[in-house]
Design a protein around this ligand. Structure first.
Ligand SMILES: *Cc1c(COP(=O)(O)O)cnc(C)c1O
Length: 356
């Protein structure tokens, strides 16, 4: 038996979640966002499962190339654009579309040798204040792109900062509408939260990411309530047990101290597997049908769980760190982070399996 930690990727759940996105944004096409190795789920595995998507969006140029080389022929979009001339030239040859968010990229496009052409998404900064052109410059930039022989189709794009929380999208929609007034081009605005909550943002292309993996973009709404199914289940086993007397501590730094007699299970999963080291005592772990929690500090290869109430648990008992029956959103919330960070951080040493 190899070390028992595995991440199961449920391909049917991915397909199901894409269906949820489509049900919300019926009239829009879907860029399935598969940056960061498909949020830790495996680029080509996820692309294959989601091949019904109208397009794929990535950040990494080599991921775009791998998709083309694997035979995917739908639109592929680089969310931060190309970073140098080589990427631009090869991107054009491979028909990879690119975000354009700063003047230097337009200047570089001017040097693309004909007859090469790139489809571009003109990114407008509607309030996120990371990348993109100021709304007041959109008309000028659009005209410059139209004048550039190397530019094919132009789509207008922006990204929401608060589509998942109370501030919503209206304030950014106003800035975007101001920028886009009078420009007859397709539009791509919505991330998962906006796809699920704000139909007025759907337009021509939506860009769902996290929802495809079965996690909720909203702190106060569960993935299950949104009809989403977890795509990744991180499993391991108890590889040792330990009885504690009152006053005994667990692990590095004595972060947990038993107040009563306890039995703990030592699970083969640590921060070198991608489990968050800052998870506090009580971070949810599922053992069979029973929920329990972590005790003590997560170490590199191991974490400890309370199995006092589970006399039948012992070496070899399977546990679910997150996924089916233990939403990654709950684990992330306990650990003071978001599911995105946990999923993306799945370590290369964790064996990935697909259910049959
Ligand atoms: C990552 C990303 C998305 C997807 O966001 P989710 O919150 O995962 O749905 C959409 N658009 C852009 C520009 C992104 O960088």
């Amino acid at each position: 038996m190899p070390r028992p930690i595995t991440a199961t990727i449920d391909l049917a759940a991915l397909v199901h979640n894409l269906g949820v996105a489509r049900a919300h944004a019926r009239h829009a096409k879907v860029f399935a966002v598969i940056k960061a190795n498909a949020y830790g789920h495996g680029l080509l595995r996820v692309a294959q499962a989601l091949r019904a998507a109208d397009g794929f969006a990535v950040v990494e140029f080599d991921a775009a190339v791998r998709l083309r080389e694997a035979g995917f022929s739908q639109r592929i979009l680089l969310l931060e654009g190309f970073f140098d001339e080589r990427e631009m030239v090869e991107g054009a040859a491979r028909k990879i579309a690119t975000v354009v968010h700063r003047p230097g990229q337009i200047a570089m496009l001017g040097g693309l040798p004909p007859p090469s052409r790139l489809d571009v998404l003109l990114k407008i900064n509607s309030g996120m204040n990371r990348l993109g052109f100021a709304p007041g410059d959109a008309g000028k930039v659009y005209a410059a792109l139209q004048d550039c022989p190397a530019v094919g189709k132009i789509t207008l794009m922006t990204h929401f900062a608060d589509a998942d929380d109370a501030r919503g999208v209206d304030w950014q929609m106003q800035a975007f509408e101001h920028a886009a007034a009078g420009i007859a081009a397709p539009r791509s605005l919505a991330n998962s939260a906006a796809t699920l909550r704000y139909p007025q943002t759907h337009f021509d292309w939506v860009r769902p990411g996290i929802m495809l993996y079965g996690s909720s973009p909203f702190a106060e709404v569960s993935a299950a309530a949104l009809g989403l199914r977890p795509a990744m289940t991180l499993r391991s086993e108890i590889i040792g047990c330990c009885d504690l007397k009152p006053g005994d501590t667990v692990g590095y730094g004595g972060m947990f101290c038993a107040e009563r007699p306890m039995r703990i299970g030592i699970v083969a999963c640590g921060y070198a597997d991608g489990y968050p080291r800052h998870a506090p005592n009580g971070t949810p772990v599922r053992v069979g049908d029973v929920m329990t929690g972590t005790v003590g500090r997560v170490s590199m290869d191991k974490l400890c769980i309370d199995i006092t109430a589970m006399p039948e648990a012992g070496v070899g008992t399977p546990v679910v760190l997150w996924g089916e029956g233990n939403p990654v959103d709950d684990v992330a919330q306990a650990a003071g982070t978001v599911s995105y960070e946990l999923l993306c951080a799945l370590a290369a040493r964790v064996r990935v399996v697909e259910p049959d």
